[in-house]
Design a protein around this ligand. Structure first.
Ligand code: PGA
Ligand code: ZN
Length: 446
């Protein structure tokens, strides 16, 4: 049972405060922390931030920490950590608001994850196995990693509009090999970018993706960037074993009904606005020319019609991130209206482990793909790695195959941040030995 809960304010990979929790049971101490992202919407759980502009520019989480140390502790002490849904429900009841704004989704999620780790220890099983049992599933699977190799959008200071270009080593035989393929491609890509844009092209964005400043003329078509990645994959010799995916995060550059691919330029003329139809045409060409197999948020989060029209073409996986906000009601609508065919699952957009398990089931029941995802503001917590294995989501997106974040030294002794979830998968694969199954070609319906 839970004997003590102690929270503190730490910093995430962007240097922005977040919540860390130490949850104690008779089995020891279990630590967890909440990530946070750049994109936020009206239908998702909200982080509680202090709003005092004089402290951490308003981003402090002292109130959320206090909520854990006082209200949540009082409600949860004495509870059995193997009963995850009861723990999560107790916090939901205490919060009473639809979006978890009273206690803070950051407070609730950190406690929920810490309780989940404690529950696994109580049962003396690995975390991924405990998560599988909580969901009633039995087939564990190591996900195909979506490594972010190029960053743009809100995640980088270059002028690229799309937020992420990712590589998926679908043709690897196991996760360990996928990691190697990701790393090698990343390093070849560095060389390709250095040749084309100079060494400063290899500066990185928030997720560790390289962030070259694409020249104006190249920039208007996504082509330029995809061709660089294709060239890097070619140099590795892996060719068709590695596929390309993109996260457009188009909500960030939708102006009315148009899309502004030049949204970060200070001198923009407005001449390069694209219509939804232009965007569909561009995506079709990309899928055709560059083996792009998955496109996330190709349109604004309220532009359901264009997402549906594009998805209906059936040419690639269409993932809803900002579109769905990991919200069960929006997922339900998208399933009913056949708007997209995959869920990007961000546990902090929903706020508890139990609810995250439920939305994964909802998506899988509809035969959708599921991408377990990090946030751009990460901590050293590798919970999502176990989550993706336990629920056999088939895909995980957790940044570039590099970047041990130095901030971890301030938070705790661990040196790995973004890459942490990927390394955790490596360890899980090792632990499972012969039983390990890599999602590989089954990445969409693992
Ligand atoms: P965020 O972005 O964490 O900054 O919201 C991640 C994504 O869009 O997938
Ligand atoms: Zn996204």
């Amino acid at each position: 049972v839970i004997t003590k809960i102690k929270a503190r304010q730490i910093l995430d990979s962007r240097g922005i405060p977040t919540v860390e929790v130490d949850l104690y049971t008779n089995k020891g101490m279990f630590r967890a922390s909440a990530p946070s992202g750049d994109s936020t919407g009206m239908n998702e759980a909200v982080d509680l931030r202090d709003g005092d502009k004089g402290t951490y520019l308003g981003n402090g989480v002292i109130k959320a920490v206090k909520n854990i140390n006082e209200k949540i502790s009082e409600a949860l002490i004495g509870m059995d950590t193997t009963l995850q849904s009861q723990i999560d429900q107790a916090m939901i009841d205490l919060d009473k608001t639809e979006r978890k704004g009273e206690l803070g989704a950051n407070a609730m999620l950190a406690v929920s994850i810490a309780a989940c780790k404690a529950g696994a220890a109580e049962k003396e099983v690995p975390l991924y196995k405990h998560i599988a049992e909580l969901s009633g599933k039995t087939n564990l699977s190591l996900p195909v990693p979506a490594f972010t190799v190029i960053s743009g959008g809100k995640h980088a200071g270059n002028n690229l509009a799309i937020q992420e270009i990712m590589i998926l080593p679908i043709g690897a035989s196991k996760f360990e090999e996928a990691l190697q393929m990701g790393s090698e491609t990343y390093h070849h890509l560095k060389a390709v970018i250095t040749e084309k844009y100079g060494p400063h092209g290899c500066n990185v964005g928030e997720d560790g993706g390289l962030a070259p400043n694409i020249s104006r003329q190249d920039f208007y078509s996504y082509d330029a960037i995809s061709s660089i990645v294709k060239e890097a994959i070619g140099r590795t010799g892996y060719n068709e074993k590695i596929k390309i995916a993109i996260d457009v995060a188009a909500t960030d550059f939708c102006i009315g009904t148009k899309y502004d691919l030049d949204f970060k330029s200070p001198n923009k003329s407005g001449q390069n606005f694209k219509s939804g139809e232009d965007m569909i045409k561009m995506y079709k060409e990309l899928c055709n020319d560059y083996s792009i197999v998955s496109i996330e948020d190709p349109f604004d989060r309220e532009d359901w019609d264009h997402v549906k029209n594009f998805s209906g073409l059936g040419i690639c996986q269409v993932v809803g991130d900002d579109l769905l906000m990991s919200n069960p009601k929006r997922i339900e609508r998208a399933i009913r209206e056949s708007t997209c065919n995959a869920l990007l699952l961000k546990v902090n957009r929903i706020g508890t482990v139990t609810e995250a398990i439920e939305v994964v089931k909802q998506a899988k029941d509809a035969h959708w793909g599921v991408v377990t995802s990090h946030r751009c503001g990460e901590t050293e917590d590798s919970f999502i790695a176990d989550f993706s294995v336990g629920l056999a989501t088939g895909q995980i997106k957790a940044g570039a195959p590099c970047r041990g974040e130095r901030l971890a030294k301030y938070n705790q002794e661990d040196l790995k941040l973004m890459v942490q979830s990927f390394l955790q998968l490596l360890r899980i694969e090792e632990e499972l030995g012969d039983q390990a199954v890599y999602a590989g070609e089954d990445w969409r319906l693992s």
